[in-house]
Design a protein around this ligand. Structure first.
Ligand code: NAD
Ligand code: ZN
Length: 353
């Protein structure tokens, strides 16, 4: 679990106070990995407390993080700093948060990032790392994983060293998120809750967090009573609780299939989950109805026919990635999941999307 968290509108201003005691020495800088959407946004960047050799590296979130990208960032940091950094601070959505987690791990672990995709493969503690979300939903700020696309698989580095040492939850940072993206990433949270609550891995720990986040999502996306600030604060907390829920259970059908879309077609996580979930009545009947209501209420049009031109080989790649995620299927459908979900069945589902 994340040991330290600050919550509150404007809490971004506490960053200097938070970081100063963590500086190892004057030659050990803090490295800020910042979504390049903020490059010309002095409202945020002017408040990043830079001293000595500290630096900002702007990174595009147009594509999801890759293991090779992490290797390059780590090499660049090693070559341009006098000493190992005092800390890595990720400022952005799930993409930047995952990059910050992965870079902090790879600064203290040998070899290539792809070697650590999996469960509990990390040997040495990461360097101090801080997560500051600027969009809510993925739960990446609280989770024990950093999801990366590698040469052969899209799989997280799941380890006890992955979670942030500190998180700053300042809902003001999300105020300019474009509406479609707000919906897609928000739905990631809603789908985390559904897949956790409807899964066979559910336990009371996950259930309490999942119920809380599920109710918050219903209020945010279907209610009419929240101010903008309340809605932003609630979604930030829903994201956190949804992340806590899956930390001790697992996601399900939508995530497995969305990983396939992402691996083959580069479709991003939030929108990919929405495209898939829209067709999962068979697995999550009541929740798909709620999802469609939310989509309608916010006038969201999802892309159609994204699999219509794929050949058999491409379908096989996508199905292979999805079926490789066994714990997700077992959580969703129980021990005999592979009697229910076959490659043929998956292909039929993908063909509808
Ligand atoms: P993102 O980080 O990919 O960003 C989506 C878009 O929103 C980008 O264009 C970005 O520039 C923009 N954006 C972000 N903040 C903004 C702001 N305040 N104002 C304006 N624009 C802003 O989005 P995401 O959905 O948060 O993250 C998706 C990534 O998270 C995927 O790579 C996925 O694999 C990962 N993920 C990780 C976990 C985990 O537990 N580690 C869980 C779920 C998803
Ligand atoms: Zn997700």
């Amino acid at each position: 679990m994340v040991p330290r968290v600050v919550f509150g509108r404007g809490s971004f201003n506490q960053l200097s106070e938070i970081l100063t005691p963590k500086r190892l020495n004057l030659n050990a800088p803090f490295i800020f990995l910042v979504d390049d959407v903020f490059k010309n946004n002095t409202w945020i960047t002017s408040r990043i407390p830079l001293s000595y050799d500290d630096k900002i590296i702007y990174i595009s979130a147009a594509e999801e993080p890759k293991t090779s990208q992490v290797d390059e960032l780590v090499e660049d940091i090693i070559l341009t700093t006098k000493e190992r950094p005092s800390g890595i601070i990720g400022i952005g959505g799930g993409t930047l948060l995952d990059l910050a987690k992965a870079v902090s791990i790879m600064l203290t672990n040998e070899g290539e990032t792809k070697d650590y995709q999996g469960w509990d493969l990390v040997k040495n503690p990461a360097i101090y790392h801080v997560g500051i979300p600027t969009i809510s939903g993925t739960g990446a700020e609280v989770s024990r994983t950093t999801v990366l696309t590698g040469p052969t698989q899209k799989l997280g580095i799941n380890s006890d060293f992955t979670p942030f040492d500190q998180v700053v939850l300042d809902s003001e940072l999300v105020k300019n998120v474009p509406k479609d993206q707000w919906f897609y990433t928000g739905m990631d949270c809603f789908i985390h809750c559904v897949e956790s609550l409807k899964g066979s891995y559910l336990n009371t720990f996950s259930e309490t967090y999942g119920n809380m986040a599920f109710q918050l999502c219903k209020e945010i996306f279907l209610g009419n009573n929240l101010s903008d600030v309340e809605s932003q604060e609630n979604l930030m907390m829903a994201s956190w609780h949804g992340g806590m829920s899956i930390a001790y259970s697992q996601v399900g059908v939508a995530h497995a299939m969305s990983y396939g879309l992402s691996y083959l077609l580069g479709i991003k996580h939030g929108i990919g989950n929405c495209i898939v979930f829209d067709h999962l009545e068979e697995f999550y009947p009541e929740d798909v109805v709620l999802f469609k209501d939310m989509k309608m209420k916010h006038n969201i049009e999802l892309p159609q026919g994204i699999c219509s031109n794929l050949n058999d080989e491409e379908f096989d790649i996508m199905i292979g990635v999805a079926l490789g995620l066994e714990p997700l299927w077992e959580n969703a459908l129980g021990k005999n999941w592979n009697k229910i979900i076959t490659p043929k069945k998956l292909k039929e589902l993908y063909q509808k999307m």
